[in-house]
Design a binder for this molecule. Structure first.
Ligand code: S3P
Length: 173
């Protein structure tokens, strides 16, 4: 069983993924964490010191490596992972892997992200909630093209982490 969670920043991939792995005998793996370990830098530091293109190359390499060696696990992807290079294709071609999109409205995402923009390099420059909302709407619109190619689409609006983890597990068990 290999479950990969995708969706926009702030949709809950990591928290939901971690909870799923406490309920079943699955390993929790996160692309961002693996990149941070390899680079010995935080994601924000990689963006500021080495740039986004460098980050995307590392993300692609790490994903390939993870997928080549993946056991029974929940893989939490970065918000942009399925949208770059051949990442979506690699995910779709990995045997036994199901891609799940945690779908939230732009308004919910903006509400969640507004208090944490400083931790996230792509949105840290946005100085008002209105600007953040505008950014998220446009960006989500571009990215939905990729997210919507997932095997399962979960409406994550107004659901607790507990409910979401159960809903995802019910798809597979
Ligand atoms: C990104 C999302 C982040 C991280 C990086 C880029 C994106 O992951 O990979 O900051 O392009 O949406 P989370 O979705 O876990 O915040």
């Amino acid at each position: 069983m290999k479950i990969a969670l995708c969706g926009y920043m702030g949709c809950g991939k990591s928290t939901v993924g971690q909870l799923i792995t406490t309920k079943k005998d699955l390993e929790f793996v996160e692309t961002d964490l693996e990149i941070e370990k390899k680079e010995n830098l935080s994601i924000s530091e990689i963006f500021s010191q080495k740039g986004e293109i460098y980050f995307r190359k590392q993300e692609n390499l790490i994903l390939k490596n993870l997928l080549d060696n993946l056991g029974d696990s929940v893989l939490s992807l970065g918000g942009g992972t399925p949208c770059y290079a051949n990442n979506l294709q690699m995910l779709k071609e990995t045997e036994g892997l199901k891609l799940v999109y945690l779908k939230l409205t732009a308004a919910s995402l903006t509400n969640r992200l507004w208090t944490e923009t400083h931790q996230r390099p792509l949105i840290s420059h946005l100085s008002s909630k209105e600007l953040l909302d505008e950014y998220v709407r446009k960006h989500l619109f571009e990215r939905q093209y990729y997210y919507l190619q997932s095997d399962y689409i979960i409406d994550a609006n107004e659901k607790s982490v507990e409910e979401l983890s159960n809903e995802i597990l019910n798809l597979f068990y």
